[in-house]
Design a protein around this ligand. Structure first.
Ligand code: HEM
Length: 487
């Protein structure tokens, strides 16, 4: 018998069987405990799909086809525009849709719901010191404002300005064609390395960037921990980066003692010198995990926003002209070689409205999960304790009820009072709203400031597909043809 035939006859079915058993084991062992005191007839309408897999494959497939909104919108139409039931990643899930659902989830944080991540995330980001993921997240929440507060952010702007210029000199200048998405990642990651841990050597950044890509790919992979799987590679990448970070932390401690490093030079120095409520310093692994969380949080999100901004500016010349006009005026008010500051950023109103409209149409994060910590009533239905809840930007960002002509790119939607409360949620809302929102605003605007002044560009592929896996991205990375502008 042909060896290939043997493989297909024996190996493939065995793998499928093994994989299925593995899933059944993983998912059933994590399966939420539904409270028996909730009458199933009061559950939200919807279907649970296939045993074990539920509707996960459909959920992931619509995203990979670039239309994650279809999964949500079809079910809203079929079952209810406020809430429906599904089964994802082995869990019973209630998807809350619309402003009332978003308000409900965002204002009941730690009262009725807590954050929940798929098991893949927990395995790739194991909590140190046996602290639960929840406790870890709370600690992080308390710490973050210190590092991302306005005074700290003010200081970052000239640094972002310099890093953006160096990036464009190196990667965009004198090039006829570039591929935007990998370069945008390179910019946001390089900036984070610079501001969080003072690494600015491009070779070192590239060395760390590769395992970051692997880690991100592992986060939403199938949880099969066998050599060669994305999940396994993600876990190994996470270990590698954490070890590298611990080495950097040890060296920084020495440098701080010997006064070779400044206490305010970056987030790492802040963390090493910060004490918790009991007066204790954080241990090295704790700090490594927090920096890793920040690097991941800001890695693909802001670069997706930048990539789609470049895409829309190529497609809509009048929007490009408006952004360029605003940025040229700001540039003309500055002295030779003077770097950007907080006041300049405040003047970038039209540019920020453009970026907001980009994130309405292509939200970098599709939504997030919570877990019910008690039985919940919403919209006339009951959600038992232990079920997961999901908010989704797609239930609302393209809903004609809240955004007229929802497919039309229109930055004026953000003028005046802007969208109604709880209808525009690219950064989430409530106590868990993205802590990096302002930081992201700055890095996106600084980048826009430079590219519209230096270049004009056109898309090389006119019908490039969009994939969402898990962040939205043009399938070929958005290749564009560049033309330098006189500044
Ligand atoms: C355009 C860029 C970004 C977008 C659209 C974005 C969006 C989000 C969203 C939707 C959440 C989840 C909120 C929830 O669970 O309901 C989140 C969480 C988070 N983001 Fe961002 N983010 C961006 C950039 C950043 C940056 C630059 C950083 C770091 C400096 C960051 C750090 C985090 C962290 C640490 C969390 C977890 C917070 C928690 O669990 O309480 N993000 N982000």
């Amino acid at each position: 018998m042909e060896p290939m035939l043997l493989i297909s006859l024996f190996l493939i079915p065995s793998l499928v069987l093994l994989t299925s058993l593995y899933f059944i084991f993983i998912f059933s062992s994590n399966k939420s405990q539904s409270s028996s005191d909730v009458d199933p007839s009061s559950y939200p309408p919807g279907k649970t799909g296939w045993p074990v897999f539920g509707e996960t494959i459909e959920f992931l497939n619509t995203a990979r086809k670039g239309v994650p909104e279809n999964f949500i919108r079809e079910r809203m139409k079929k079952y209810s525009k406020d809430i429906f039931r599904t089964s994802l990643l082995g869990e019973s899930v209630a998807v809350l849709c619309g402003p009332a659902g978003n308000k409900f989830l965002f204002s009941n944080e730690n009262k009725l719901v807590v954050a929940w991540w798929p098991k893949t995330v927990e395995k790739i980001f194991p909590s140190p010191s046996n602290i639960s993921g929840q406790a870890e997240a709370k600690k992080m929440r308390k710490l973050l404002p210190q590092f991302l507060k306005p005074e700290a952010l003010h200081r970052y702007i000239p640094i972002m300005d310099r890093v953006a210029m160096q990036h464009l000199d190196r990667e965009w200048d004198n090039k006829k064609e570039i591929t935007v998405f990998p370069l945008a990642k390179n910019y946001t990651f390089g900036l984070a390395c610079h501001l969080f841990v003072s690494i600015d050597d491009p070779a070192r950044i590239q060395e760390l960037g590769k395992p970051f890509g692997d880690l991100a790919a592992g986060l939403l992979s199938f949880p099969i921990d066998l050599p060669g799987t994305a999940f396994n590679i993600g876990i190994r990448a996470s270990k590698f980066i954490r070890n590298e970070l611990v080495k950097i932390i040890k060296q920084r401690k020495i440098d701080l003692e010997e006064k070779k490093a400044l206490p305010t030079q970056d987030i790492l120095s802040y963390m090493l010198l910060a004490v918790d409520d009991d007066g204790n310093f954080m241990d090295e692994l704790d700090i490594a995990n927090k920096i890793l969380g920040l690097l991941i949080g800001g890695h693909d999100t802001a670069s997706a926003a930048i990539t789609f901004t470049v895409k829309y500016l190529a497609e809509l010349p009048y929007v490009y002209d408006g952004v360029r006009k605003e940025q040229m005026e700001i540039a003309s008010s500055k002295g030779p070689g003077e770097l950007l500051n907080w006041d300049d950023i405040q003047k970038m109103k039209y540019s920020w409205n453009v970026a907001c409209e980009v994130m309405r149409l292509a939200p970098p994060l599709q939504g997030a999960f919570r877990e019910a910590i008690g039985n919940i009533s919403f919209g006339g239905f009951s959600v038992p304790k232990g079920w997961k809840l999901y908010w989704s930007a797609h239930s609302i960002h393209k809903n004609a009820e809240y955004f007229s002509e929802p497919e039309k790119f229109d930055p004026t939607r953000f003028e005046g009072n802007g969208p109604a409360p709880y209808t525009y949620i690219p950064f989430g809302g409530g106590p868990r709203m993205c802590p990096g929102k302002e930081y992201a605003r700055l890095e996106i605007l600084v980048f826009m400031y430079h590219i519209v002044r230096r270049y004009k560009w056109e898309k090389i592929l006119h019908d490039e597909k969009i994939v969402v896996d898990p962040m939205p991205a043009p399938a070929k990375g958005l290749p564009v043809r560049l033309q330098s502008q006189v500044i």
